[in-house]
Each structure stands twice: as structure tokens, then as C-alpha cells.
Design a protein around this ligand. Structure first.
Ligand code: XIL
Length: 459
């Protein structure tokens, strides 16, 4: 864990001390325990989740990796050809940044949640549309993501390639083309193929294995394979560790990307105990494979999980119950990560742990069609911030053309200014100044309000 991330974790959990040994302390968070073992522990989060204070408190305190549940999928990002909508994904990234979490981008190419304009294209236009989508999206998030699921769910259950608009246009070659295009746009992001029912050894995982082997032999940029792990209670494959290990031996990272373990409702104590064993076994499998980089569950709590709507009659699939209280699976997960069994789990207070006390002053200089604005942010709280994100709404007609001392995204409307590498730490009482240049169409006013890490600032 970086020292900066430790400050956030300690502030959220009131864990004593900031050193690496904090990870082994009784009652440690999942992320501290995971980091002490050299892996991450993540969760999926959606835009709706950001408005749920109980959920965000748990997320910020326990997890160090976020996967947007839907916000980076093609139907959200490019709903019509060439029209891009990065706001929802940007909001997840801002939350993550403000809480010292990394982000897995999910996903660039998938047969599902694909807008109908793509599948309606003449076959000879699909490749260009796919490459534009990948280039524009990966460039927008360049430098902000740990990884991308470049191609999601390419296989059928029998190991044949799923037929969709991409295979119709390019055959199997679409996968290599997608990976190369993503690599050109964001060379630092780890590029993954991600699928479900490939966790154990079988026809589908054999197909993924052969594909990865072939891509590696052709020098195609592939860094990892994501194993979704949407399990049914009691059915974690016994070959999980061996399967992760054989992929790792091909020279790629492996990750458990969407873990949940569904139970037929109502869940009784026997099922919940089996679920605890299942979660523990998944964590142990990851820890047993040196190239397993982390485990992410799909949704923070049972109330946020996709399971009840996708698999009617099933639910209770995550580590937290409907009231964000840890379930037996949480305890088992913490124990598998090296935590002390039986120690009470810290229950985060339902406030946004990233919320900050702040004051903002700003100064605008205008001319006929342009303006510059300097914004000074003061941390008026008693805790140092390790990362910050300042949200504000630009008056209509204003568009940021360049900025300094922060990253501005998007450049009009609801903007989030995120710290850059050298000014993320803001001690109690300290100030930092950022600024931007913008065009305007008559209204050169400053934003009416500012919020730092989700909390409103005084002016
Ligand atoms: C799911 C989301 O959680 C739902 O909200 C959405 O309606 C459907 O997709 N595999 C994946 C994820 O890779 O993107 C899916 O997420 C779950 C299965």
C-alpha cells in the first residue's frame, strides 16, 4: 500500500499506525489484509451506488479496487456512433481516486450491452467502429486505469467462439485487433480477456487457454485473464487453483474479477456457512498462485448485487447483507487473507469517509470569449487528505480548454478536478491552488458551489 492510500484507510477505519504492519492488525479491512499479501481486494460499483452513504462507507473502507458495474460499457459510453458519454465512468473514477482505490476498466468489446447501431452496421464498417470506440475510450481514461477488460465473454460454453458482430466482420482476429488497438491508446493499462465458467478446467477454459497461448506466441499485447467467478453456493470448481496456475504459466496475470456466490432464497445458516467456505477457497486459490493479482466481488452488498434480477429466486451472493453488515463469508474471507479469526470487524460509520471539510476561494479573469480561473482549496478539517477530487458545475457555455495543477474531466457541465501526482496530499489546514482556462459564450461566472471528496465547501 502506498503511504497515501494508508492515510485514507487509517482515516476511514481508525486503524492505529500507518505502517505496513497495519495490514496484519486485528480487525483490519479486507484491503489492508489483501495488500499485506501482495494482492488487491475489489468490488464493482455503479453510479447509483455513489449516492448510497452506507455503501460508499463500506466501499471506501474495505476495498482498494473498483470495477464500474455498467458505466464503461459500450451502450453507456458510445450510445450512438461517435457520440461519447464519459460522465458516468468519470464519476466512478473520481470516487475511486478520492478513496485511494484503483480502477479496472470494464469493458471495451462485448456482445452484450452493445448498442444496436453496432450490430446493425454493414459488416465492412464494424472494424473501424470497434477501433474508434477502443481508441477514444482508452485514450479518455489513459493513465487512470489499472487494467482494461478489452474483450469480455468471447466464448460459448462448448469452447466455440461466440458469434457476434465482431466475429461476423473479423473472425477470431477481432480479439488480437482489439488488444493491439487498446495497447496503442493506453500502453500502461494491463489488458485482459475476461469470461465466466472458465474458473475450472473444462471445454470453455481450454478454449481460453489456447487463445491466450496463441496470442502470446504472436506477440499480441495481452497481460491478463479475468475469471468472473459467478458461482452457485457449494459449486466452486475443485480445479480452480490448478486452472489459475496453468494460465499464469503462460506468462499472464490472473484475477478473480466478478466474484459472487448465489444462494437459493431464503438463505439459511447452512448455506451461509457453505458460502463462507466458498469465498475462503477462492481467496486461497488466488493466494496460492503468484501471478494472481487480486479478487473483486461483484457489488458491495446483497442489496446491490445483480443476482436477484438475473437469476430469479437466488440472491444473498456477496460479503454483506442488505444492511451492510458483514456475513459469515466476510469473516472467512478476512481469515483466508491472514486476518485473526473471531476479531470483530470494524463497521464503518455511514458517512462518506472521503468527505472533507473545505473552503474554496476563486478568482476569475475574463475577456470577450474566454476566461481563466484560479481556485484555492483549503483543507479545513483535522485530517490530512491523501487524494482529493473537487466537483463543481461550470455555467452553461463554458468549456475548459486547458488546466494546471489538476486533471479536469469532463470539460463542461459537471466537472471533477482531480489532484495530480504532486499535490494529492493536503495536510490539515493546508491550501493548494489549481486553475484552468475556458471559453465562454457570455456567462463568465464562477461555479456557484464546490464539493471536495463529496462534501460541500464553504466559500
Ligand atoms: C451485469 C451488471 O451487474 C448488471 O447491472 C447489468 O444489467 C448486466 O451486467 N458479466 C459481466 C458483467 O462481465 O458486466 C455483468 O454485469 C455480469 C456478468
Amino acid at each position: 500500500m502506498s503511504a497515501a492510500a494508508a492515510v485514507v484507510a487509517a482515516g476511514a477505519l481508525v486503524v492505529a499506525g500507518l505502517g505496513a504492519h497495519a495490514g496484519a492488525a486485528a480487525g483490519s479491512s479486507l484491503k489492508d489484509l489483501a495488500e499485506a499479501k501482495g494482492i488487491y481486494f475489489g468490488t464493482a460499483m455503479t453510479q447509483t451506488d455513489l449516492g448510497n452513504a452506507s455503501l460508499t462507507a463500506v466501499a471506501g473502507a474495505q476495498f482498494d479496487m473498483v470495477t464500474p458495474g455498467n458505466e464503461m460499457k459500450w451502450d453507456t459510453v458510445e450510445p450512438s456512433r461517435g457520440t461519447y458519454n464519459f460522465g458516468p465512468g468519470d464519476r466512478i473514477v473520481s470516487f475511486a481516486t478520492a478513496h485511494g482505490m484503483r480502477v479496472r476498466g470494464h469493458n471495451l468489446v462485448w456482445h452484450s450491452q452493445l448498442p444496436s447501431w453496432v450490430s446493425s452496421l454493414p459488416t465492412n464498417q464494424v472494424q473501424a467502429a470497434m477501433e474508434s470506440h477502443i481508441t477514444t475510450t482508452a485514450t479518455h481514461y489513459k493513465g487512470q486505469l489499472y487494467a482494461w477488460d478489452v474483450v469480455n465473454e468471447p466464448f460459448n460454453e462448448d469452447g466455440s467462439l461466440r458469434q457476434d458482430a465482431f466475429t461476423a466482420a473479423m473472425g477470431t482476429g477481432y480479439i488480437a485487433d482489439a488488444l493491439r488497438t487498446a495497447h496503442a491508446a493506453d500502453p500502461a493499462a494491463k489488458l485482459y480477456l475476461n469470461d465466466y465458467n472458465i474458473e475450472g478446467i473444462g471445454a470453455k477454459s481450454n478454449a481460453m487457454y489456447s487463445l491466450v497461448q496463441s496470442l502470446k506466441s504472436q506477440g499480441v499485447p495481452i497481460d491478463g485473464v479475468g475469471f468472473e467467478a459467478h458461482f452457485i453456493v457449494g459449486q466452486v470448481p475443485s480445479t480452480l487453483t490448478a486452472n489459475l496456475q496453468r494460465f499464469a504459466a503462460l506468462g499472464v496475470d490472473v484475477a478473480v474479477t466478478e466474484l459472487d456466490d448465489r444462494i437459493q432464497l431464503p438463505a439459511n445458516s447452512t448455506a451461509l456457512a457453505q458460502q463462507a467456505t466458498d469465498y475462503s477457497n477462492v481467496v486461497k486459490a488466488c493466494l496460492a498462485v503468484s501471478r494472481c493479482v487480486g479478487v473483486s466481488q461483484w457489488g458491495v452488498g446483497d442489496a446491490d448485487s445483480w443476482i436477484p434480477s438475473a437469476f430469479p429466486g437466488y440472491g444473498a451472493a456477496t460479503l454483506y447483507d442488505n444492511s451492510y453488515q458483514p456475513k459469515p463469508a466476510f469473516e472467512a474471507t478476512a481469515t483466508a487473507l491472514g486476518g485473526t479469526p473471531g476479531t470483530p470487524t470494524p463497521t464503518p460509520t455511514p458517512t462518506d469517509p472521503g468527505g472533507a471539510s473545505c473552503k474554496v476561494t476563486d478568482a476569475v479573469n475574463t475577456w470577450n470569449t474566454g476566461l481563466t480561473e484560479n481556485i484555492t482549496i483549503t483543507n479545513t478539517g483535522s485530517t490530512a487528505l491523501a487524494h482529493w477530487a473537487l466537483a463543481f458545475t461550470l455555467p452553461g457555455g463554458q468549456a475548459i480548454t486547458s488546466g494546471w495543477n489538476a486533471t479536469y474531466s469532463p470539460t463542461s457541465g459537471n466537472v471533477t478536478a482531480t489532484n495530480v501526482s504532486y499535490n494529492g496530499t493536503l495536510a490539515a489546514g493546508a491550501s493548494t491552488t489549481i486553475g484552468f482556462q475556458a471559453t465562454h459564450t457570455g456567462n463568465a461566472a464562477a461555479p456557484a458551489a464546490f464539493a471536495l471528496n463529496g462534501a460541500a465547501c464553504s466559500r
